[in-house]
Design a protein around this ligand. Structure first.
Ligand code: G4P
Length: 526
């Protein structure tokens, strides 16, 4: 059954190592879609070198008043939803969760820097769900790596087959343009940050005599040689393999100069998947099913103390979402309706009457939602795909103001529900341990505990650097293990036992000593 509302939706994220050009590319897409008129409208989502207070200031400005978390726009009859991901690596978990809500991804690689650490991590998360990926090699106006070397590096480091759909003519100061292998046309380069279209020359063959007036002899002969090599090495694009996440089409360009962006966007709209199906614990849910279902993948708190509401971002998986209709909150076993659900179009948000699979709606929340919560029309469903990953830094929470114990507890609970970091409870004494990827997370928690909850906390560094969720087919063996290793065991937010270790060596030793125990690097192992 085909539903045109579902078919027209393309929900994706642009991901990259910080500074590769994610924000610039997002902005150019919005310009092409007519969703914004001027460059600079998309707020930079970064705090790379800045202090905590700068970071908080940026967060406050972004807050929930700017809808940069989701940017929707219409293009070529399609509804495009771009889900924004945080630029800072300390908030990588937020990005991982957002990736659970998209149907495909565009990965931006800087041609000078090649594959960077964050790129590898993000790609490994895409691989977990076989998310289709298109790669955009950016900054071709700079002297970067040789295109073939770069593709080799991407292929080996990201462990994915590639298929170039465009090819650069020169690079840096010799950059002349891009030849579109997909459409057989030549796109010449003119640095221009404002213009949104570049002249396109249709060619039937590279032997076309007219080409000489556009390209110097040397560039043309190099292009021909390289294209022959590309054809020999990479072959034709296989859409099925792309949709299965096994093959990534590659485009070259320069986002800041608006170069190569239209080819990328047009091809994306053509080949990227519309919402299909989603795995729930109980069954596979098809997007075309009549009944509504969806899950919360992100909760954004308003950092303005005068407006303490939160917004839960709900990804719709099947059926139709309607305003003021009662839906079933499966974890709370309660029915709720939403009178002001929000839709996000570029930089504006408005009340939405109905929404379809692939859409993201913002729900005002006063503490009803946790990340991963599922809404349905009555069926008991729990969507999979929002795992927690092992944090790398662990710190014990010390209360610095005994009169504010309640506030501290509430703050810790709410902030960890928002996914700012992970909370583990250890015995004896119900000690609270926060696990995070980066130090900035602890600073943000301390800042928010103080400013939003009036509580004061100090974080004491622990020696752990790894956590593994533990299970066993034999409940007795698990019980015995948990008892023996009590000083290393914490309980996660759902009450699952987690083994905390100082290093990989220690985990390996324990694995060897307890062969009946299974160790899991993410919380989603069911
Ligand atoms: P991010 O979201 O991935 O972190 O990257 P962002 O788009 O913010 O881009 C990072 C820097 O790279 C920016 O420079 C941006 O202007 C520049 N950039 C983006 N695309 C290109 C390109 O095609 N060629 C070149 N040469 N540079 C590009 P900045 O100095 O950090 O910021 P700004 O002052 O330019 O805004």
């Amino acid at each position: 059954m085909v539903n045109p509302e579902i078919e027209k939706r393309k929900t994706f994220a642009i991901i990259s190592h910080p500074d590769a050009g994610k924000t610039t590319l997002t902005e150019k897409f919005l310009l092409f879609g007519g969703a914004i008129n001027t460059a600079g409208a998309v707020k930079r989502n970064k705090a790379n070198q800045s202090s905590t207070s700068d970071f908080m200031e940026i967060e406050k400005q972004r807050g929930i008043s700017v809808a940069t978390s989701v940017m929707g726009f219409e293009y070529n009859g399609k509804r495009i939803n771009i889900l924004d991901t945080p630029g800072h690596k300390d908030f990588a978990e937020d990005t991982y969760r957002t990736l659970s809500a998209v149907d495909s991804v565009i990965l931006v690689v800087d041609c000078v820097k090649g594959v960077e650490e964050q790129t590898e991590k993000l790609m490994s998360v895409c691989r977990m769900r076989n998310t289709p990926v298109i790669i955009f090699v950016n900054k071709m106006d700079r002297e970067g790596k040789d295109a073939f070397d770069l593709l080799d590096e991407i292929e080996s480091k990201l462990n994915i087959s590639l298929c170039p759909l465009s090819w650069p003519i020169g690079q840096g100061h010799t950059f002349k343009g891009v030849y579109s292998i997909y459409n057989n046309h030549l796109n010449l380069f003119e640095p221009d940050k404002k213009k949104i279209s570049t002249p396109v020359i249709e060619v039937n063959s590279l032997d076309d005599e007219n080409l000489a007036q556009f390209l110097p002899e040397k560039s043309l002969s190099t292009l021909k040689e390289e294209l022959e090599l590309v054809e020999g090495v990479y072959g034709a694009v296989d859409k099925e393999m792309y949709l299965e996440g096994l093959l990534a089409p590659v485009f070259f360009g320069s986002a800041i100069n608006n170069f190569g962006i239209k080819e990328l966007l047009d091809t994306f709209v053509n080949i990227a998947p519309s919402p299909k199906s989603r795995e729930a614990e109980e069954r596979t849910v098809l997007a075309t099913e009549k009944n509504f279902s969806g899950f919360v993948f992100k909760i954004h708190a308003n950092l303005d103390p005068n407006h303490r509401d939160r917004i839960a971002f709900l990804r719709i998986c099947s059926g139709k979402f309607e305003r003021n209709k009662f839906f079933y909150h499966t974890r709370n076993n309660k029915k709720i309706k939403f009178s002001n659900p929000m839709d996000f179009m570029a930089n504006e948000k408005s009340i939405v009457e109905e929404a379809w699979p692939g859409d993201v709606v913002g729900l005002y929340d006063s503490g009803t939602f946790k990340i991963g919560d599922t809404l349905t029309e009555g069926e008991k469903l729990q969507f999979k795909g929002i795992p927690s990953f092992s944090p790398e830094i662990f710190k014990e929470v010390e209360n610095r103001d005994p009169l504010k114990t309640k506030q501290l507890e509430k703050g810790l609970q709410q902030l960890t529900e928002e996914g700012v970091a992970q909370l583990f409870v250890m015995q004896p004494g119900n000690r609270k341990v926060i696990g995070a990827v980066g130090d900035l997370q602890f600073e943000v928690i301390a800042f928010r505990l103080e400013h939003e909850y009036g509580a004061k906390a100090h974080f004491r560094m622990l020696s752990y650097t790894r956590s593994n969720w533990v299970t066993s087919k034999d409940p007795k063996k698990l019980e015995e293990f948990l008892k023996r290793k009590q000083q290393h065991i914490g309980e996660d937010k759902d009450g699952n036992p987690v083994y905390l270790a100082d290093n990989e060596f220690m985990i390996n030793m324990t694995m060897r000593d307890y062969p009946d125990i299974e160790f899991h690097k993410t919380s989603e192992f069911k």
